[in-house]
Ligand binder design. Sequence first.
Ligand SMILES: Cc1cn([C@H]2C[C@H](O)[C@@H](COP(=O)(O)OP(=O)(O)OP(=O)(O)O)O2)c(=O)[nH]c1=O
Length: 191
Amino acid sequence: MAKKLILASSSPRRQELLNQAQIPFTVRKADTNESQITTNILTDKVTQLAMLKGREVSFMDDQEVILSADTVVSFNQQIYGKPKNKKEAIQMLASLSGNVHDVYTGVTIRSITDELTFVERTKVEFWPLEKGEIEKYVSSEEPYDKAGAYGIQSLGALFVKQIVGDYYNVVGLPISRVTRELRKFDVYSLN
Ligand SMILES: Cc1cn([C@H]2C[C@H](O)[C@@H](COP(=O)(O)OP(=O)(O)OP(=O)(O)O)O2)c(=O)[nH]c1=O
């Protein structure tokens, strides 16, 4: 029998992507204090955060598989998470304007006996942005729950000139790789 998937995330995008993949799941989220991860090494940061989010959720039985993830934007040796306020959102978008940045998502999948973590990277190039369009965008609610202060799946799409890599990784979960890894955990099968 297939194992049961537990999504350790409150991100509506991650939930939508699992729905899109037609994988049944239950949300069980711990209240993770992300500030305890202090490393500035990018891949360490996203893997440690993904692992922490997953490990803070407890198993109810040995048939469960827990999925967790963390997404950050990286530009010019800096790591951008969610902007704390309007000023920070403006600064992030102004620096991404006209440049290429990377979006990294760390993903952890764990069962009671095994744990796997991987990182997926997508390159995103922004058009040069006008001051007015940044001002207008940060006055909406869109930037504030998103790494790098934009949502590629919403109005932020208009900033994007091109991407290289998995689009869904930018949205918060590289769903095709995730489903391939989930098969190894018997979460679902192809027949
Ligand atoms: C760059 C980018 C990020 N994002 C989102 C994905 C993530 O939800 C969010 C980064 O925050 P995360 O800390 O990765 O996740 P979260 O706090 O939303 O959810 P949880 O910790 O409960 O799993 O930014 C977009 O939705 N679109 C984008 O284009």
